[in-house]
Design a protein around this ligand. Structure first.
Ligand code: UDP
Length: 322
């Protein structure tokens, strides 16, 4: 397969490129490097600098490459930023996908793997099934849901086939430690907790311990980025082999509280924890049912919480003096 990875210089995109190359696929990357890094680009991938919102940039790639499957990772994804700058999110996340789909259609490329998010479920609490009502509570989730719907209408009109993946909480780094989540992109629990044990911050603030959960802190479903990336490879094969369009959660079907995550980090080195107020918009418990991913793609995550935490620790230690 020749796979175009849009956003292949970013965190999840670069890990997917690594898994595709391990699977001996040919990889083309299109990235505008707005939040990606040239150093995350796999040396065996062919790189085009360009923006999916600029039609000529996308056309340039499709004119030169005979693409079989497109994967999209080129989204803005910081929730508080999306609340402050909704138009920038609609422009980048929705218009970018619209242009990409238009060019794909014009070049008769009709297989699409799209990164979506658990944020489409909004304040749903508990175990999320794919057929649950979607009700985002921030512009980030809204733009992803708008894309999901756009993709499905395009599929209806133009015989496209898609796999939409809804991600839960992603962390960790490729075992080579050549790629990972960079220092300036940290807003999530695991990397922040790891920074608390490698001398970059002196404690972790836990946002609220009065939720209706077993220890009062929020429950989330954590998944290793390489497991997530492997699911994309399976998704591409599935479409290539004629699979029908599907929307699929990627998580572990298992929840951990923030305190349990802090405890897993504390097992590597002592972590100081401070209890702070709740953060706006945090549902008490979000867990993915991954039954559908197992059934349709035969995908089972390999890594457990302790592996994810250790992987993130190893990467953060490696880049801490850069
Ligand atoms: N969290 C926390 N302290 C932090 C960062 C996150 O207590 O410094 C909590 C957050 O309130 C949520 C969970 O950890 O309950 C996961 O948050 P994260 O931002 O990693 O991902 P989200 O679930 O919001 O996508």
């Amino acid at each position: 397969m020749k796979v175009l990875v849009v956003g292949g210089a970013g965190y999840i995109g670069s890990h997917t490129v690594y898994e595709l190359i391990k699977d001996n696929q040919e990889v083309i990357i299109l990235d505008n490097l707005s939040s990606g890094y040239k150093e995350l680009v796999h040396p065996k991938a062919k790189f085009y600098l360009g923006d999916i919102k600029v039609k000529s940039d996308v056309e340039n790639v499709f004119k030169q490459e005979k693409i079989d499957v497109v994967m999209h990772f080129a989204a803005k994804l910081i929730v508080p930023e999306s609340v402050k700058e909704p138009l920038a999110y609609y422009y980048n996340n929705v218009e970018g996908v619209r242009v990409l789909l238009e060019v794909m259609n014009e070049h008769n490329v009709k297989k699409f793997v799209f990164s979506s998010t658990a944020a489409v479920y909004g304040e749903a609490s508990g175990v999320c099934q794919e057929d649950m009502i979607t009700k985002p509570i921030n512009p980030y989730g809204e733009t992803k849901l708008a894309c999901e719907r756009m993709i499905s209408w395009v599929a209806n009109a133009h015989d496209f086939k898609f796999v939409i993946f809804r991600y839960f909480n992603v962390a960790g780094a490729d075992e080579s430690l050549k790629i990972g989540l960079m220092k300036d992109q940290l807003t999530h629990l695991i990397p922040l907790a790891i920074q608390g044990i490698i001398g970059i911050r002196d404690h972790l603030t836990i946002y609220g311990n009065d939720y209706p959960t077993k220890d009062g802190t929020c429950v989330r479903d954590y998944i290793h980025v390489s497991d997530l990336a492997s699911a994309h490879v399976l998704g591409a094969h599935y479409l290539f082999e004629g699979g029908k369009s599907e929307t699929i959660n990627l998580g572990s079907s298992q929840g951990f509280t923030v305190l349990e995550v802090a405890q897993a980090v504390n097992e590597i080195a002592p972590l100081k924890v401070v209890i702070g107020p709740r953060r706006d918009g945090d549902p008490a418990e979000l867990i993915a049912s991954n039954e559908k991913a197992q059934r349709i793609l035969k995908w089972v995550p390999k890594y457990e919480l302790k592996d994810i935490v250790l992987s993130d620790y190893n990467y953060r230690k490696k880049i801490s003096n850069r």
